[in-house]
Design a protein around this ligand. Sequence first.
Ligand code: PNS
Length: 161
Amino acid sequence: MRSAIYPGSFDPVTLGHWDLIQRAAKLVDRLVVAVLHNPAKSPAFSVDERVAMLKELTAAMPHVEVTTFHGLLVDFAKAQNAQFIIRGVRAFSDFEYEFQMALMNRKLAPELETVFLMPKEKYSAVSSRFVREIGSMGGNLADLVPELLRERIVARLGKAE
Ligand code: PNS
């Protein structure tokens, strides 16, 4: 069985993430969307909220699971019997960090392959950071986050300011 992990912070999930999930889901038998549990950061959405939103979004995709992880990604991937790590690259600016992370993960676990996918061009500037910033200033999130979750995201980010 081909299994892949799609790891990230997803704070909150964007249309770029959603595009990637749909692309990755076509490539494997089992896709695990894994939300990093990072106690050092103070997120806009709790890990449980992020997992709940991703689960709602992927509810019609039986081979997509959503969970959390902490510690090293490669250890989590191995525990999940995954062969692939999925990462999105939107622009050249993503490339250096992603390249270094992929090489370091390969050093730690040579059997795991990182697979880079490109979201649709129109999402190349979409990031969770911009969503948080725009949302907190009352900007329009219509083309940035999934419709299903928009109200919730707008309500939270609007209060965050
Ligand atoms: O969505 P993000 O915040 O860009 O995702 C980054 C993530 C979660 C993939 C990365 O920070 C990660 O894998 N963290 C787990 C710790 C780890 O394995 N670090 C070594 C990376 S070489």
